[in-house]
Design a protein around this ligand. Structure first.
Ligand SMILES: *[C@@H]1O[C@H](CO)[C@@H](O)[C@H](O)[C@H]1NC(C)=O
Length: 193
């Protein structure tokens, strides 16, 4: 087996292992039941004072997260749950700043009905407001974060571009020198009788 083949095989093995652990592991604080007829798991994490959404297996079919202390869901955290059919996520003290947009959109895609009884706890101005009715204005509270972040990226990118261009110029210059010197030698030898 050569190096490339080995890398490919090892890569597949790691992926497979990752996939297996992802599909099998029940979050330690939850109650998991195999659903015989549908090949999936019913995961009950309700009423457990959870402050964060636990890592969930990809074959989750029913997910119960109601009556916990969840305030937010990190963007993308629920994207892997492709076989999900039912989710209960009400009775949590959701913090409805701009970061809640991910949960709102995800619930709109997955299940309008489970979005219906999800309510905001903070900020104070929108306490008890249904997440479904949240407007762009109310979500706008941390809009300011965005330009600052992009500005950081802008400067980082600019520095990278300047470094890249300088390197290219130096390289071209060095190559010109290394090409020129043998040519000079060659013309010298030709001119020499
Ligand atoms: C909510 O969870 C608490 C424990 O965190 C429990 O005592 C209470 O009975 C639960 N309420 C409901 C409605 O399930």
């Amino acid at each position: 087996m050569n190096k490339a083949e080995f890398t490919t095989v090892a890569g597949f093995a790691i992926l497979l292992l990752f996939h297996m652990t992802q599909t099998q592991v029940c979050p330690p604080s939850c109650n998991c039941k195999k659903m015989e007829e549908m090949k999936g798991l019913q995961i009950d994490c309700s009423s457990r004072k959870l402050k964060e959404v636990p890592a969930l297996p990809v074959n989750t079919r029913k997910l119960y997260l109601q009556n916990n202390s969840l305030t937010t869901v990190p963007p993308g955290a629920l994207d892997g749950l492709l076989s999900l059919e039912e989710v209960k996520i009400f009775d949590n003290p959701w913090n409805c700043d701009c970061h809640i947009l991910y949960l709102k959109l995800w619930l709109e895609d997955i299940s309008e009905s489970s979005l219906a009884n999800v309510r905001c706890a903070t900020p104070a101005s929108i306490t008890m407001k249904p997440l479904r009715q949240l407007t762009g204005n109310e979500l706008g509270i941390c809009k300011r974060l965005l330009p600052i972040k992009s500005l950081e990226f802008f400067w980082r990118d600019l520095i990278l571009i300047v470094v890249a261009i300088t390197t290219l110029i130096l390289l071209a210059w060095a190559m010109k020198f290394s090409k020129n010197s043998p040519k000079l030698d060659a013309t010298n030898t030709v001119l020499d009788p």
